[in-house]
Design a protein around this ligand. Sequence first.
Ligand code: 3PG
Length: 305
Amino acid sequence: MKVLVATVKPFAPAALEGIKKELQAAGHEVVVLEKYADQAALQAAVKDVDAMIVRSDKIDRDVINAAPQLKIVVRAGAGYDSIDTAYAKEKNIVVENTPGQNANAVAELVFGLLVYTVRNFYNGKAGTELKGKKLGILAFGNVGRNVARIAKGFGMDVYAFDAYCPANVIEEAGVHAVKSQDDLFKTCDIVSLHIPATPETKESINYKTVNQLEKGGILINTARKEVINEPELIKLLQDRPDLKYITDIKPDADAEFKQFEGRYFSTPKKMGAQTAEANTNAGMAAARQINAFFKDGCTKFQVNK
Ligand code: 3PG
């Protein structure tokens, strides 16, 4: 089978080597398309492929229509909002993700960004510490659980809310479970977002939600920009000069957010999963899943059933 590794944002070289070896050992041909200029380049590259490994690459109707032989797409990562999963299903294309494989990398970045923020972006002025602060984790999935683990090392008081995870599971992890998203914002000094981008969560983090943070609150987003109502968050930051917004996903309104100097920071490029380890874990898992699909018809990680 012909497998295309298509990544606008390339894997670390060692990870790509591992992916190639894993697939080639199973007898597959591997082609690589990195840093491609536009969707037309992706459409041209998929015309004769049977399988694909992607990251946040946009797999829309046009890409799917350009790939008549395509049988499986594996998103080396967690979020698959960039893939038209329903249309893939119509075309009998299996879509899978590799849950958990890059979670630690994202969780570590949360704390890299948080220390940078509470120390005033390293401007020399006295900042604050994370120890003893209340951290709220919105969604207790793989990333949320890793954030909780690391937060405890910092001596933080950790809270979480997840509409799909029972309170006892959260409590068993040594984390306080709160009853609602609103309660999380009302209770915590810092709220870290780990919700996926779905129709339900789209723009769900709005003026009213974030305004519930106490004085000096911090909102940190390493999830998706789509979950933020950007015009409302801008209005809130204007009304509440005590609040800060830190993100790993540059907002569409980045230029407007830049008015909040010292209270807004965005990484230039999404960095959460950009570690050699995360690339290797997610990429190798994707390669193994493709091998298992063609060998045994295994679809354990399918997300478009
Ligand atoms: C994910 O959903 O797995 C993360 O957001 C990482 O995305 P990336 O592979 O585009 O860096």
